[in-house]
Design a binder for this molecule. Structure first.
Ligand code: AMP
Ligand code: MG
Length: 389
């Protein structure tokens, strides 16, 4: 049995192929940039008025001025401000030549074509290129794209960014006891929740999920399914069949198919029997059958690898908060992930949790806390890291 950190290092040290493609920027949500994005313009492109008001020479603030022009946003000023003149100007419009301030309309009294001011506040001019200069890198390679980055791409005309290709991740559920969710299970059966949970986790990781269904616990059908999965996918995920049971064929079949098994036990609870193998540039995870184990192992080992294949260093969002209750465990030989709930006053409470089959504990929780090897007790008031869902 190896530690979590050793397992993660082995997984992330796998030689993986990253491929790139060009896609439309508005379809790039969740993808990872494969090249810096550079601005093709200054922003703002001109000295811009921050207010509706009058463009003037600051020195003229005490004088009555003649209005020579009205400049709307989107218009180019036609007249230069000389002493004794003002142009009416709207927010977002280019400030005319010769002006060095915009006095807001609230401080102006205008009659016919004349204007006088009751005070002065500030310049109200946003200088050209204050936000971004032409040629400046506005988004870096390796950035995961969300709505904010899509806005930035739109503003600099990057309509077809270069991104990393999504790896294809196959999912196979093993188990004679499994039926699909649309079937009511007989007494000895259970619904396949894992397979669908994994499909969703792969999609949340922005990779392509290929669901291969349930295979029965015989050597031949499991062998054929794994063989096909390895041939057609970059990563293959199996659930179940990795324990010590008489029908747990997965590790044997992996070996028979020429997959090199790099570990088959990890000191993590839940999910000890997680198995990891490679065949050339293909990657195979044998995940535990219990759904909470499978969920956790995907989050801590599979997701970082999928993201690595897309050029991204994944780190789970987490919060450092104080425990609201004491937590004790009897055995401390594995690193434990325990579901917790965060109260309105930001205290962390361990959830009602019956173990790795208790899938219903997860939607009722906000995240997981980590309890390191050797730690038996976490006291009320102690600071803990909460990995958020
Ligand atoms: P196994 O590793 O195959 O021995 O499975 C361990 C436990 O997880 C057993 O109780 C299985 O019934 C359960 N299990 C296996 N596969 C799934 C699945 N796809 N969905 C839900 N539970 C499963
Ligand atoms: Mg099984």
């Amino acid at each position: 049995m190896i530690s979590f950190q050793e397992a993660l290092n082995i997984v992330l040290d796998s030689p993986v192929e990253t491929k790139i493609e060009r896609i439309l920027f508005y379809e790039s949500l969740g993808r990872i940039l494969a090249k810096d994005v550079v601005s093709d313009i200054n922003m703002p492109p001109f000295n811009k008025s921050a207010m509706d008001g009058y463009a003037i020479k600051k020195e003229d603030i005490e004088k009555e001025l003649t209005i020579i022009e009205t400049i709307a946003a989107g218009q180019t000023p036609q007249k230069e401000i000389v002493t004794g003149t003002a142009s009416k100007i709207m927010t977002g419009a280019p400030v005319p030549k010769g002006a060095n301030a915009v006095v807001q309309v609230e401080l102006a009294k205008a009659t016919n074509n004349k204007v006088k001011f009751t005070g002065f506040f500030k310049d109200n001019i946003i200088p050209a290129a204050e936000d971004v200069k032409i040629g400046e890198v506005v988004l870096k390679k390796g950035q995961k794209i969300d709505a904010r980055h899509i806005a930035v791409m739109a503003s600099v005309g990057c309509t077809e960014p270069l991104v990393f290709k999504k790896p294809k991740v196959g999912i196979i559920s093993t188990g004679d006891e499994l039926v699909e969710p649309n079937t009511k299970p007989e007494l000895s059966q259970i619904r396949n929740s894992n397979g669908h949970q994994l499909v969703a986790q792969v999609m949340e990781s922005n990779a392509i999920a290929e669901y291969f269904g349930i295979v029965e616990d015989t050597y031949d059908s499991t062998y054929q399914a794994i063989k096909k999965g390895i041939e057609t996918c970059d990563v293959l995920l199996l659930t179940g069949g990795v324990s010590m049971g008489e029908f747990d064929f997965v590790p044997q079949i992996m070996t028979d198919l020429g997959v090199e098994i790099l570990f088959d036990r990890v000191a993590v609870q839940p999910g000890k029997p997680t198995t990891f193998g490679r065949k050339e540039n293909k990657i195979i995870f044998g995940l535990p059958g219990n759904p909470v184990s499978s969920f956790v192992q995907f989050e801590i080992l599979v997701k970082p690898l999928i993201y690595k294949m897309m050029g991204f260093h994944y780190k789970c969002p987490s919060l450092k908060l104080r425990m609201g209750n004491i937590f004790k465990r009897r055995k401390a030989d594995r690193r434990a992930y325990i579901p917790v709930t965060i109260s309105d006053d930001s205290k962390v409470y361990t959830s009602e949790y019956h173990g790795s089959a208790h899938i219903h504990a997860l939607p009722k929780s906000n995240g997981l806390i980590i309890i390191e090897i050797g730690v038996e007790t976490i006291n009320e008031g102690e600071l803990v890291d909460v990995r958020l869902f």
